[in-house]
Design a protein around this ligand. Structure first.
Ligand code: XBP
Ligand code: MG
Length: 246
């Protein structure tokens, strides 16, 4: 039986990556770094999960000499850039720049009515989650979620399954009792490695990713109802059970 839905945040609950990219560029400009990430470059850089990890990856690309610098000096600089970036992102979200993707709120309401547990499994930081969901669901948004996994609780980023494994433990459920929702190849890998059947809603940044192991790939959740999820879930695990018997 389907008992819980586990949602990724960036690209899944909301199409946030353009706002993230703009926030990075604000921080780079403010610090006079002379860096600028356009959409094509940011699409490439999204192969790296985690904002800090993405900055380091890019820094190494544009300045291989960074490897020779003292590790903590590099980490301190990255932490400073990311802190500024997060402040810009929060302000953009608080100004209402980004809404939840089609069908997300309706599906969350329907799932809660059906008595399901909801959880979040994201790479981003807690302040970014609350900025987005406070704006979209009001100050009591946290009450809708039984568990939240993010950069502060799961430092090993997707495609590693750490954050999903943490959520299954927190929900006290098996992967077969849940469905995951993701937008990216790294996210799908992480959820799949945790044993979860996963529904994918790509964005302009991820539509070229490999989604061959997804349960379903949809343009968005606008046409998806709880009954559809329950049907897909039952069919998937019935198929899995058949395979395991053969
Ligand atoms: C996607 C990410 C995040 C964001 C930026 O998160 O990889 O790093 O791009 O956020 P999700 P931070 O798992 O929700 O798709 O700068 O806070 O890392
Ligand atoms: Mg995502």
């Amino acid at each position: 039986m389907l008992r819980a839905l586990i949602f990724d945040v960036d690209g899944t609950l909301a199409d946030t990556e353009s706002a993230h990219c703009a926030a990075f560029n604000h921080a780079f400009a403010e610090l006079g770094l002379g860096w600028h990430w356009d959409e094509a470059l940011y699409t490439e850089l999204l192969e790296i999960s985690g904002g800090k990890e993405r900055i380091l990856h890019y820094w190494k690309q544009v300045n291989p000499g960074v490897k020779a610098l003292r590790g903590e000096a590099v980490q301190e600089t990255i932490a400073r850039i990311h802190e500024l970036k997060t402040a810009h992102y929060e302000a953009a979200i608080a100004s209402g720049e980004v809404a939840l993707r089609p069908g997300v709120l309706a599906l969350i309401d329907e799932a809660l009515e059906q008595g399901l547990q909801l959880a979040i499994a994201t790479t981003t930081s807690p302040v970014n989650i609350s900025a987005l969901l406070r704006q979209a669901m009001g100050p009591a948004w946290r009450h809708n979620f039984s568990a939240i996994g993010d950069a502060s609780s799961a430092p090993i980023k997707k495609p590693h399954p750490q954050v999903y494994l943490q959520m299954l433990e927190a929900l006290k459920l098996d992967a077969s009792d849940c469905l995951a929702f993701e937008d990216s190849g790294n996210g799908l890998k992480a959820a799949t490695l945790a044993g979860l059947a996963t529904v994918i809603t790509p964005t302009q940044y991820t539509q070229h990713h490999d989604f061959s192991r997804a349960l379903h790939v949809l343009p968005d959740l606008g046409e998806t109802r709880f009954a559809d999820l329950a049907l897909w879930h039952t069919a998937h695990w019935a198929g899995e059970r058949l395979l395991s018997v053969e």
